[in-house]
Write a protein of this length. Sequence first.
Lengths: 326, 326
Amino acid sequence: MSQPLMEIRDVTKIFGGGFLQSGDKIVALQDFSLTIHEEPAMITTIAGESGSGKTTLANLILGFIGPTSGQILYKGQDVGAMNGEQRLEYRREVQAVFQDPYEVYNPFYRVKHVFDLVIRRFNLARSRREARDVIEEALNVVGMRGEEVLEKYPHQLSGGQRQRMMVARAFMLKPRLIVADEPVSMVDASLRAMILDIMLRMRDEFNISFLYITHDLSTAYQIGDWIYILYQGSMAEIGDTVTVIENPKHPYVQQLISSIPVPDPTERWDTDITLPPEEELRGQVESGCRFYPRCSSRMDRCITKRPPLYRMDGQDHEVACYLYER
Amino acid sequence: MGAQANEQNLVLQVKDLRVHYATPTGDVIACNGVDFQVYRGETLGLVGESGCGKTTAAMAILRLVQPPGRILHGQVLVDGVDMMSLNEGELRQARWRQVALIPQGAMNSLNPVMRIKDQIADGIQTHEGQQPREELKERILELLNMVGLPGRVYNMYPHELSGGMKQRVCIAMAIALHPSLVIADEPTSALDVVVQRVVAQTMLEVKDRLGVSMILIGHDMGLQAQLVDRIAVMYAGNMMEIAPVQDIFEQPLHPYTQLLIDAIPSIKERKPLKVTEGLTHDLRNPPPGCVFHPRCASPRATARCHEEVPVLHEVAPRHYVACHPE
């Protein structure tokens, strides 16, 4: 059995609270572990709300920041200990698509500029002609044609088109893994399917795996294979997407799913929910379950020690909650 | 559900609203003769993709359209008074007291160097003149209570509050002078699902307690289904369909409405994604006939759609659509 493509081992990231700093420390991510295999290509969703740690996780994987403890291994190699050449290869094989389809473009350049930069950096072509072919191939995969878009300026394209181009740019490097951080949340609702569909096709036709980072469980449910749901830096529930979403076990996940507005006027939210004033939620609590202040099923032991992940009977489904202790 | 549909119960009447934005290469037609009404005590949802004109319509109602935008034509009757005929002084009286707006991104526009109490006080006193301190304080605490915020928010700064709390402050400011109509433009789009539900609940409570009418602008059909009484669907500056919320979901008559509903990713059932192209025409140069015809996949489409602009007409009780009959 080959080694996994990516292995995240008990990664913890703490911000601030150092000796010379005045602020309190924030435990953005705690003891997070995840494995992505070389095959089959899969879409793994990291789902969570603000403060869940999902953006921190994306930044750690992309090497923008380093973990406080724990390791991130790519093909067996510690990402933090890579030399220049290994880093470049890592950058090529692990690509990213970000949330804002406007901010990544320099408004003074035509959009082809974003492709040219990548081609130069990674030596993807030996001539202008070859570069054009490489770009065209990538654009076709996302359903676009070079002659329609390359000479345009960013403001002349829609958000959906700009985002598709970003996916094309990532694809051009033939990556093994694309980290997509909220790729559709700033795109109009009716255009999201197009981008999600592109992700599915890249998985199926080109064996590219995705780490789909989002707060939108509905889209995660539609395209995700595996899901990790985070709450304030800790894993709450993980497993096969359909299993987790159709049968959520963690009180937080249950509350989350029941809060998704159902597009049916006859099925309105049944009860009112209240949240304790939010400023009390983000504590420096390192021990105990983070969801304690909001949990209707809480017990005394929940505040003293954080529950480990318990596996649900013979299923691809784990829950970090004492309610499921075996 | 909803107010009786007769003239006396009208809080807002928009008639033939035309708004254009000037550009070096021609006018962008943002609102192309838009008609709609809001009855007392109801919430009207105004939906459509980016560029459909919904935010422009809201700004036009309050006469907040700035150059290069201009209102060419139209009547906006609020409680029977035409906003277009008011002078500057009268207009300033009408804004906030009769119609209040919670603009997009309101929560990020709170003044970072002013305490919440001062910002709300500011809003009140600008329109009502100096108020006695104790009374003002009482009023502000009442407002905070009505939107479910704890009293201590009174003395806090915006950065100390979470997104959901800031948004509720914006709602408190909008209802401070007990307007007849509140227009909320994408009030929950940047918020997490659970927080969104809390804010949405707050809006419903406020509506019930104060009897205020509302226009909820957005593109999240799921949220619309939970909150509104009727929905008005806009596309590329034109009003395409208006109907009670249940009818919109059970029997969407316009092909574009059907498309919007189909684009909602389900949290109940995994099914193939429905992919669709976005806005296909240049807003400066709309196609002849029905502006939606380039994207229309309806089997009922005929040559007439390319030639004649369909007029919004009543097809079933309270159900209006701008689409040629078979």
